[in-house]
Design a protein around this ligand. Structure first.
Ligand SMILES: CCCCCC/C=C\CCCCCCCCCC(=O)SCCNC(=O)CCNC(=O)[C@H](O)C(C)(C)COP(=O)(O)OP(=O)(O)OC[C@H]1O[C@@H](n2cnc3c(N)ncnc32)[C@H](O)[C@@H]1OP(=O)(O)O
Ligand SMILES: CCCCCCCC/C=C\CCCCCCCC(=O)OC[C@@H](O)COP(=O)(O)O
Length: 273
């Protein structure tokens, strides 16, 4: 009897553990595989639509990605969409937690907007091809000088072709429950194009997605679009200030909508809604 009880007491948590771990890996694999399949569909559609690399392909990509959230049990609570209804070019800056950011990005992506991404992404199979077709600006993060000159060209293209660019100023993914210090490229870009900056803040994913603990539950992500920050008349001397101001603003909104003081991931899921 005792042995059976001990066995059951061990078995139940083991089953629960394996099932949530199983769900974690299953959802992650599903996400990658499904995005690859959607990308394979997007490639011919994009080529038919515009014949090659063209920012208009982002419409195709956006339309194809929008329903993926339902399969993963994710909801987006978006506010401030009206701030994106600004004529002409602008630079969107947002925090970057995971490749799941693409879902929120496609949820609010305005027309004629593409992204700045690391060049390695172009090798990500069908997804890489789609990124190229969507006009994504690829930078080599290891060669700062090249990256800066690519961003300077992008400032010119923004004006010539009337496009918007989405940059992740943290420069890398981060799930530490806080924002990383911002790199300066996005702000130089905006100042060079004399275009406004529109900050977008994603709430912390740590109430549903925990990489270390292997948890991927259902959840709601708050997406807050903030009013534009004008850069007219600014020069490169103003970039540091502009960056600091944007960082402080976005960090306070991030902590506010994530409902917690900053935590490190090892502290466990202490963020809540
Ligand atoms: C339907 C099918 C489904 C398909 C699936 C989905 C398909 C498509 C969807 C696409 C989704 C794509 C999503 C993309 C996500 C990918 C995101 C990423 O890859 S994040 C990583 C890449 N991004 C970045 O790195 C952000 C941009 N980085 C920068 O802007 C950096 O500043 C830099 C790379 C330009 C330079 O980096 P670094 O040297 O490390 O950093 P700084 O401290 O910022 O700069 C050093 C000094 O240089 C000055 N500086 C910087 N930029 C400029 C400039 N343009 N001009 C002049 N000077 C510049 C800066 O001021 C610093 O000087 P200082 O004296 O210290 O001020
Ligand atoms: C680079 C090799 C990629 C291998 C295959 C990946 C396949 C991805 C498939 C489906 C996900 C679709 C969304 C793709 C967009 C993800 C963009 C992304 O999140 O890139 C990471 C980058 O921001 C920061 O990278 P680092 O954390 O600095 O490194």
């Amino acid at each position: 009897m005792d042995a059976l009880l001990v066995f059951l007491l061990l078995l139940v948590p083991l089953l629960l553990w394996t099932s949530s771990t199983f769900v974690f890996y299953f959802k992650k694999c599903f996400y990658v595989a499904y995005m690859m399949i959607l990308a394979a569909i997007a490639i011919p559609l994009s080529i038919l639509k515009s014949g090659g690399r063209d920012i208009e392909n982002m419409r195709v990509i956006r339309a194809l990605v929008r329903h993926v959230k339902y399969f993963l049990g994710l909801r987006f609570d978006v506010s401030g969409l009206e701030h994106l209804q600004t004529e002409g070019p602008y630079v969107i800056i947002s925090n970057h937690q995971s490749s799941l950011d693409v879902l929120g990005l496609m949820e609010v992506l305005p027309d004629r907007c593409t992204m700045v991404a690391k060049k390695e992404l172009v090798y990500a199979g069908t997804v890489g091809i789609v990124c190229w077709l969507g006009g994504i600006v690829f930078i080599n993060r290891k060669k700062t000088r090249d990256a800066k000159s690519v961003m300077a060209d992008a400032a010119k293209t923004m004006l010539d072709d009337q496009i918007r660019l989405w940059v992740f100023p943290e420069g890398t993914r981060n799930q530490r429950g806080d924002l990383l210090p911002f790199k300066k490229g996005a702000f130089h870009l905006a100042v060079q194009a004399q275009a406004p900056i529109i900050p977008i803040v994603f709430s912390s994913y740590s109430n549903f997605y925990l990489r270390k603990e292997k948890q991927f539950n259902s959840g709601t992500i708050t997406l807050k679009i903030l009013p534009k920050i004008e850069t007219k008349g600014m020069t490169s001397d103003d970039v540091a200030d502009l960056s600091d101001k944007s960082y402080d603003l976005m960090r306070s909104v991030f902590l506010d909508i994530s409902g917690s003081a900053p935590v490190t991931q090892s502290n466990g899921p202490s963020l809540h809604h």
